[in-house]
Design a protein around this ligand. Structure first.
Ligand code: NAG
Ligand code: NAG
Ligand code: NAG
Length: 392
């Protein structure tokens, strides 16, 4: 009976949609992203030292010390459990959070000392987890680190200067560049060490990347401010562009609950094809893509588990990603953001797995609720979109 029901469902959806597992190479990986600070909680447990975000969100005294065996044990168990379930871990070494101590000691990313501490941390991770983790990313959204931490000051350490934001002090014209400089060098040194000592590649390559990670959510128009008259906005002023969501009064795509976030699935193909050409078809992974809802602790659960818009968003973006792959783009994987609702820094609800912030009990959103026998959301999605599931 269950089987009959499933077949019926597949038939129903196959007419309306065209997305199939077979549209992606057999080796193509599907996954879901999370980040430690955004989901783990336990900010004072097991001798964990405080991070910049702990201070930002709680204000407490900091600690700093040697390697914490409880932390290593935690990630060892996590990695082992993932592998046991047939899930390959892709590890991002830095996702916006750093030990607060490094901020206090020397100003974190504004100091070249941070490069050394980052490389030290990265190498520890390679040593401790590298026997099982084969995919590493150095930084999540380094461009946003520079902008949100040192330009607009929205993220800790809240540095900015007028007119770009209201912060106690600092300099929006210089600090983002200093931070970016240290981040890029920390990346390059780490990549070099990894290749020489952990990957078996002895030769120093000029290109310090093995793959490009793309976090893609939304699309806006930009107006050129070099050759045409336009007002420079405070956020993109140095790039000499002005962002806008409409042209001749027509929005660029379907609006979402989040301001300035429009759904433009064709952009996935254009973006990937652009990077393919610009970087000589360096392997790519879509490291984040997803649909944000707006919610808070009083938003009704029925509203938050309604995945109608999210399902079509993911289906359409994957469809255009498939087109790029068929045109030769070397894209090797897709990660939906996020595995579960999380502490989305200062903003929206994005998870594909509903987490009830009041009860701390996870509930599955619409798709999984219908297909509870499936292991992960993307399997469930393909099921939903009438996919041929062989090979997943
Ligand atoms: C930022 O630093 C630059 C270069 O030192 C200086 O010209 C500018 O006046 C500074 N801006 C602020 C707001 O302090
Ligand atoms: C919480 O979200 C609901 C919509 O789900 C909204 O109406 C309400 O204003 C929000 N409350 C706060 C405090 O943001
Ligand atoms: C879910 O969201 C869609 C699109 O916003 C809406 O049409 C539908 O009525 C919603 N369903 C429920 C049960 O709220």
């Amino acid at each position: 009976m269950a089987r009959f029901f499933l077949l019926l469902l597949l038939t129903l959806f196959s007419a309306a949609t065209a997305l199939r597992r077979s549209e992606f190479p057999p080796s193509f990986l599907f996954g879901a992203g999370t980040s430690s600070y955004q989901i783990e909680g336990a900010y004072l447990d097991d001798n964990k030292g405080l991070s910049n975000w702990d201070i930002f969100t709680h204000i407490q005294e900091g600690r700093f010390g040697s390697i914490n065996p409880a932390g290593v044990k935690f990630y060892n168990s996590l990695i082992n459990d993932l592998l046991r379930k047939g899930i390959q871990p892709f590890v991002t070494l830095n996702h916006f959070d750093i030990p607060r101590e490094l901020e206090d000691r020397y100003g974190s990313w504004l100091s070249s000392e941070m490069q050394e501490d980052y490389v030290y941390f990265a190498e520890l991770c390679f040593k401790m987890f590298g026997d099982r983790v084969k995919h590493w990313t150095t930084f999540n959204e380094p461009n946003l680190m520079a902008k949100l931490q040192y330009f607009s000051g929205r993220y800790p350490p809240n540095h900015c200067s007028r007119p770009f934001g209201k912060c106690a002090s600092e300099n929006s014209s210089t600090e983002p560049y200093i931070a970016a400089h240290n981040i890029i060098l920390a990346h390059a040194k780490t990549a070099d060490i990894y290749r020489k000592n952990y990957k078996g590649e002895k030769q120093l390559l000029r290109n310090q990347i093995d793959f490009i990670g793309i976090n893609h959510y939304k699309t806006l128009y930009v107006k050129d401010c070099i050759l045409s008259p336009c007002e420079l906005d405070t956020y993109n002023g140095d790039a000499l562009v002005y962002e806008l969501a409409e042209r001749n009064g027509i929005p660029i795509g379907k609006p979402t609950p989040v301001a300035n976030n429009y759904v433009v699935p064709t952009s996935m193909e254009k973006l990937v094809m652009n990077l393919k050409q610009r970087y000589n078809n360096t392997p790519m992974y879509i490291t984040e893509n997803g649909y944000a809802q707006i919610g808070n602790s009083s938003t009704p659960a029925e509203e938050l588990i309604n995945d109608t818009e999210r399902l079509s968003y993911i289906r359409d973006y994957l469809t255009y990603l498939g087109y790029a792959i068929r045109k030769g783009a070397d894209v090797r994987g897709y990660f939906v953001w996020s595995l579960m609702d999380n502490f989305e820094w200062l903003s929206e609800i994005t998870g594909v797995y509903y987490v009830d912030g009041n009860n701390l009990v996870g509930n599955l959103k619409k798709c999984i609720r219908k297909h509870i026998f499936k292991k992960i959301y993307l399997l469930c999605l393909f099921d939903h979109f009438s996919a041929t599931l062989t090979g997943m």
